[in-house]
Design a protein around this ligand. Sequence first.
Ligand code: PMV
Length: 360
Amino acid sequence: MVEQDFILTSYNNAIDSGKVKWSSPSNIALVKYWGKREHQIPENPSISFTLSNCKTVTEVTFTKKESDSYSFEVYFEGEKNEVFKPKIQTFFERIEVYVPFIKDYHFKIETSNTFPHSSGIASSASGMSALALCFMSVEEKLTEIMMSKDYFNKKASFLARLGSGSACRSIEGELVVWGQNKSTESSDLYGIKFDGEVHPNFKNYQDTILLVDKGEKQVSSTVGHQLMYGHPFATQRFKQAHENLANLKAILASGDQKAFINIIESEALTLHAMMMTSMPYFILMKPNTLQIINKIWNYRNENDSNVCFTLDAGANVHVLYPEIEKESVLEFIKNELVAYCQNGHFITDHVGNGAELIKK
Ligand code: PMV
């Protein structure tokens, strides 16, 4: 599908008001997206596990209005919120051409997260995908033509991408690919459910998120992606992401857990290496991040385990492990890793199936 396919040309705005509600999860990248071109087009392909417990629930109430401008209010966890407004305003500007009805209505956006606020967990993926899905449900109400599930999901992902790149990977589960590449069915415009085979070893994978630093992100992802412009290792890195994705596809099919770990941990460290070697340069890991990584490596060697870690652009650690090791690894986390978490906080999650419609 091309960009023009997502432009809504005719709709019935005789409908006065309505309400829609979606929940959408966060996702954790295995091959990382880091570096973009204009309009959130990724410089390299990425693939992620969709999560299950970490999600945003968003209700949108729309009411017909007269003026030809955007009109919306935001409530976060029951309280009126001004902080999110500029990001949503930018989102409206970017999506207007595809959902022109956004100027015909006033929108009351009520949103909340299932994970604690200021946990250092990026809520932009779940938040922007939930909002994009709500607008797709509004579009569905205003158009009389039956929309296929495939088109609905693709356009929701396309819109979510314009809010926050990685948000386009949160619509479906269990694995989603975004960004053109030779090894999987894919697009730069939206995320697509991974089309490859997935060995039982990688089914219902567990992700325990260790909250090492719950503060504001030191580097926003907008600034982060910009660091890849003119980065001395950018070309090599983008090439590596293509190779890692191709190799991961074969690994996911074969069930080779050691090979999986090598790619996942190398991707996390490469993401951080890109930040350490950019200008300006950043170190986003904290001493406790390194303590946790070393503990994971020791535990893995001593117990012949398949636990591994990945990182986002911050200090928190995602501990990934197969379902079969759920009890033992959780025990290890509680005994040895929780001490490195801020206030002992961590979140247990696992791979999920994507967003859910709550109210149509
Ligand atoms: O979606 P953004 O612009 O916040 O970028 C997220 C980038 C990483 O989380 C670091 C990697 C990824 O692929 O999710």
